[in-house]
Write a protein that binds this ligand. Structure first.
Ligand SMILES: Cc1cc2nc3c(=O)[nH]c(=O)nc-3n(C[C@H](O)[C@H](O)[C@H](O)COP(=O)(O)OP(=O)(O)OC[C@H]3O[C@@H](n4cnc5c(N)ncnc54)[C@H](O)[C@@H]3O)c2cc1C
Length: 318
């Protein structure tokens, strides 16, 4: 069905099983899962698909290695398995990403996890070689037998400096491990939508359509291209509006405060020397203030992030 056919269909048959509000990666993921289970589902996105947070991430498909320190083993195992699936199912969009950690201490950070467990840690101390080695051994184990990416490698100072001659000579070691790079998250989103629609004719997706209100069982949608309004009567609404989750709830008469406070941001620099120095590796290290900093090869540019800047409303994020 094309766009106008979907609108004509909704006019005559406004009763649907599921309405998903928000066409970022979460809304699209739910759409595809429901579609492959044969559910009739409508996805609406007020802008272009994957134009919100999903377009501006750090472009990593990662297992969240740093959550190991919080003891979140199940979370990391699940995320690593999802990463493996993305590498296997979409190898044209998700590629193995070698990630290098320059290490400046040997034994530092050993007490971070127990102190955090007892709620006695304000700011973690810098992670040293031993802590990083233990973390990477767990991370490799979670990758399992699939071996979608190579095991980690620990480099001596001299080997690391021979390989990366622009690295800070203050290092004691460097570690290289692998995650996934999603260079075009928007393409991943669009392919998942096309996949869902081709599998299930009752799965319909519309961009430039906003959810603007609702009462009782009726939800009002607005076509942003024509300003026309449509009523639908879903049995279930999934609010996948990401950072706009509270404003979408407000349109439905619900008062929530899930989101707010800060935004994470990157800068993208056109720096051929830095780009050549990092090659195809991402670099991951701790800033003096405890923040994790990443330097990521993004096509012919370098993405550097992230910082936390106070922002009250997601519409103020640029
Ligand atoms: C700085 C930073 C870096 C990150 N890096 C990574 C990373 O490397 N890897 C990773 O996996 N995750 C990363 N994340 C997290 C990831 O980006 C988010 O978890 C994910 O993109 C959220 O997707 P979403 O679908 O929930 O939200 P979004 O992608 O924001 O989608 C929500 C959509 O809802 C739409 N919408 C809002 N209101 C309405 C309405 N009324 N009607 C219709 N549509 C509406 C919006 O237009 C938007 O497109 C990062 C996050 C940040 C902040």
């Amino acid at each position: 069905m094309n766009r106008s056919e979907i609108f004509s269909f909704l006019k005559t048959k406004p009763d649907i099983s599921v309405l998903i509000v928000g066409g970022g990666i979460n809304g699209i993921g739910a759409f595809r899962d429901l579609a492959s289970n044969g559910v009739d589902v409508l996805l609406v996105e007020r802008g272009d698909f994957c134009s919100g947070a999903s377009a501006t991430s750090s472009h990593m498909a990662h297992g969240g290695i740093r959550y190991l320190e919080n003891g979140e083993f199940r979370l990391v195992r699940e995320a690593v398995q999802e990463r493996n699936l993305m590498l296997q199912n979409a190898p044209h969009l998700v590629k193995p990403l070698p990630t290098t950690i320059p290490i400046f201490k040997r034994f530092s950070g050993l007490l971070n996890a127990p102190l955090k467990f007892f709620g006695m840690l304000d700011k973690p101390t810098e992670r040293g070689a031993l802590v990083i080695k233990i973390g990477l051994m767990f991370y490799d184990a979670f990758t399992g037998r699939q071996r979608t990416v190579p095991r980690h490698e620990f480099l001596s100072r001299s080997k690391a400096l021979a390989k990366w001659n622009r690295l800070n000579p203050g290092i004691v070691n460097a570690a290289v491990y692998y995650d996934g790079a999603i260079l075009n998250p928007e393409r991943l989103g669009v392919e998942l939508i096309l996949d869902a629609e081709s599998e299930n004719p009752k799965a319909r997706a519309l961009n430039y359509v906003s959810m603007v209100g609702g009462s009782e069982n009726t939800i009002i949608l607005r076509d942003e291209l024509t300003d026309d309004s449509y009523d639908v009567r879903p049995k279930l609404v999934i609010n996948a509006a990401g950072p706009w989750i509270d404003s979408a709830n407000k349109k439905l008469g619900l008062s929530t405060h899930f989101i707010g406070g800060t935004k994470g941001s990157h800068i993208v620099v056109d720096h051929p020397e830095l780009r050549a120095a990092i090659g195809d590796h991402e670099f991951f290290f701790e800033n003096n203030d405890g923040r994790i900093v990443l330097i990521f090869p993004l096509f012919d540019r370098v993405l550097i992030g992230t910082s936390d800047i106070p922002v009250e409303h997601p519409d103020d994020v640029r």
